[in-house]
Design a protein around this ligand. Structure first.
Ligand code: NAP
Length: 320
């Protein structure tokens, strides 16, 4: 049986629990595809899972390989898989399944899509989780339409930088909160109105929103009730919004969990291929510096995405 390197945790805790180990390369079941990972991207959920604060991953799933999305090349397919074959370039969000900080990852065939040829596999690996979260939040849950007014909290981050561009592409009027050099970054991505949350109160600059897309939660979410128009929606990736407040303001409100979706990812890939959406990679880390990548994510203020080059272990480390 062949072996591979994978970054796993055996118990919840700090970054010291996150270690490279040699494990068996898994075998694909009927509807699964085994992918040789080129790039995996860093997401806040890695840190939440590591700390034991992600409710969908419990003690019974340990030891657990972190890393929720990737780009790579198909190595082998399960007996029931007809859409993919060895050698195909693919990318995907793996959901709660086995993680992508590993030389090989197993994925459900329906989660996969072909990466856009316009960008390399390093860049493509930064896309799946963040872009699907933005797409599903704005369109599936938020029902965003052309000419709607949308406020995106945290536009400069991984999810936010896709959300700003998708909302703009849809033809919405886009209000965005950001800070520091994130202000210029989201303006370049096409935001119509940028609010520096470190110096301005968004309530004074964004009113009558058809949709608030909340990537921050907490006080930012509670202050957002005041800016959603009656009949509008408040959609969050974080806290469950209060249904009492929602009905008081005549607003639809929900928290959702992003789902793997190969068909949606294929649509996103075609927008990237056509040059309508750009992917911002803030920094890449070789596989043996995956710790540093997570530590950098923990510091915050990343513009776009951090990625781990799983094929590189030569110390070509490029700090964010
Ligand atoms: N439910 C789901 O399925 C799901 C999926 C994906 C992500 N998420 C969650 O959604 C959140 C965003 O994810 P991400 O990948 O985009 O994270 P990220 O790349 O780390 O970005 C976070 C962003 O938040 C900004 N920010 C911090 N405080 C803010 C505030 N008060 N107002 C406005 N912006 C603020 C930061 O900007 P500054 O640098 O200016 O501080 C940064 O750009 C995370 O908590 C993540 O866990 C949930």
């Amino acid at each position: 049986m062949s072996r591979m390197m994978a970054y796993r945790i055996h118990r919840f805790g700090s970054l010291e629990e996150f270690r490279p180990e040699t494990v068996d390369v898994p075998d694909p079941a009927d509807n699964e595809v085994l992918v040789r990972v080129q790039t995996a991207s860093v997401n806040p959920v890695d840190l939440k899972t590591l700390a034991g604060h992600y409710p969908l991953i419990g003690e019974d799933q340990l030891p657990y390989t972190l890393g929720r999305d990737f780009a790579g090349v198909v190595e082998r397919v399960g007996d029931g898989v007809t859409r993919w074959k060895a050698g195909d370039a693919v990318f995907a969000f793996v959901g709660q399944g086995p993680g992508a900080y590993a030389e090989y990852v197993l994925v459900d065939e329906h989660a996969l899509a072909r990466p856009p040829r316009k960008v390399d596999l390093f860049t493509a690996g930064a896309v799946p989780l963040a872009a699907l979260t933005a797409w599903q939040g704005l369109f599936d849950h938020g029902g965003l339409k052309s000419r709607d007014r949308v406020l995106i909290h945290a536009g400069a981050g991984g999810v936010g930088h896709f959300a700003v561009q998708f909302a703009r592409y849809k033809g919405a009027e886009v209000f965005v909160t950001a800070s520091g050099d994130g202000v210029e970054f989201v303006r370049e991505l096409g935001a119509d109105h940028v609010i520096d949350y470190s110096t301005q109160r968004f309530e004074e600059h964004a009113r009558d929103m058809d949709l608030v897309f909340d990537l921050v939660g907490g006080e930012t979410q509670t202050r957002s009730w005041a800016v959603v128009a009656p009949g509008g929606a408040l959609i969050s990736t974080l806290n469950e919004p209060s249904q009492e407040e929602a009905s008081k303001h005549g607003v639809r409100a929900e928290r959702y969990t992003a789902q793997p979706d190969g068909a949606q990812l294929a649509v996103i890939a075609s927008l990237i291929q056509d040059g309508k959406i750009i992917v911002k990679v803030a920094a890449t880390y070789p596989f043996d510096a995956t710790h540093e990548a997570l530590a950098r994510q923990k510091e915050g203020h990343v513009r776009g995405k951090l990625v781990v080059d799983v094929r590189a272990t030569n110390g070509t480390y490029q700090a964010a």
